[in-house]
Design a protein. Structure first.
Length: 301
């Protein structure tokens, strides 16, 4: 979450010099090279055939489509509006996970996501600029949310048939291939872009893509898609904090309140039901059954 939050700061810089498709391709190329090298060093090889449907879908939707349309959408609307629209993604993940993966929808998860979404909306409203958002920009951000949620749900089954590094590496490669039509734009933009913008693009590929997506896949393999999706609501709060520390952008009180709501919602969604009564006397039913077994006449009565 920390690395994904930092991506918003880097995208702000790189996006001024690179077009949406070129930025996505450059980011994915850097990520693919880093992940491919690590895969060779670890000698993990190819994942099993059963993993490939999930790899291809997540690569096309999450690594490819999501990154392009999000970059494009953020050029059409202010950051606050983009944050509000894209943050329907975790809600879609929970719903799609219940429908496609058979995951439940616990009350605590839904309650926590509702609190976090309210916090994200507050952050978005506090950061929204004047003049409103374009319809195209809102639709692009909505498409980004759908692509992100569907990609995550498609990735989850693939993690049963391959390691987190394998699934992430080949998903990133699929996204890179899908973005190759932007090669001309990348070459043209790179020729004119300042060094800082290019370094930010490389950073996006190495850390928020290669490292963060691998860490995400590792965690996703060990929990439900809905619970993992809820943790991404920590990103708006982290972005506010990083903008304050790195860019010296002092947040408004309303923004701080929204960020705290996001974190509170994540905490609620990660809570487990209280089982203290069961743990206090875990053997009581067993002892009762043993007593009846040792005294058949008592059991008959």
């Amino acid at each position: 979450m920390l690395l994904w939050a930092s991506a918003f700061v880097s995208i702000r810089s790189a996006g001024e010099a690179y077009s949406p498709g070129a930025l996505a391709l450059g980011r994915l190329l850097a990520g693919s090279l880093a992940l491919g090298a690590l895969l060779l060093v670890r000698r993990e090889g190819l994942p099993s055939r059963a993993a490939w449907p999930g790899i291809v879908w997540s690569g096309l939707l999450w690594f490819g489509l999501y990154m392009v349309v999000l970059n494009w959408g953020e050029q059409q609307v202010d950051a606050g509006t983009a944050a509000m629209v894209v943050n329907i993604g975790p809600l879609l993940i929970a719903l799609l996970g219940a429908r496609m993966l058979g995951e439940g929808l616990p009350g605590r998860l839904l309650a926590g996501m509702a609190v976090s979404f309210a916090g994200a909306a507050v952050v978005g409203l506090s950061m929204s600029g004047e003049g409103g958002a374009s319809v195209l920009g809102v639709l692009l951000c909505l498409l980004a949310a759908v692509a992100y949620a569907t990609g995550v749900v498609r990735q989850k089954p693939a993690l049963r048939h391959g390691s987190a590094l394998q699934i992430t590496t080949f998903g990133c490669l699929v996204g890179t291939v899908a973005c190759l039509p932007f090669s001309g734009a990348l070459i043209s933009d790179a020729a004119d872009a300042p060094l800082s913008a290019t370094l930010n693009m490389v950073y996006l590929g190495l850390f928020p893509t290669a490292l963060a997506f691998t860490a995400w896949a590792y965690a996703l393999a060990r929990t439900t898609a809905g619970r993992m999706g809820a943790t991404t609501y920590a990103v708006p709060a982290l972005v506010v904090l990083m903008s304050w520390l790195v860019l010296d952008e002092v947040p408004a009180p309303l923004t701080v309140g929204g960020g705290l709501l996001c974190l509170a919602g994540v905490a609620v969604s990660r809570m487990r039901p209280h089982t203290g009564l069961t743990r206090k006397n875990p053997a009581r039913p067993v002892e009762g059954r043993r007593h009846d077994a040792e005294h058949p006449e008592t059991e008959r009565r």
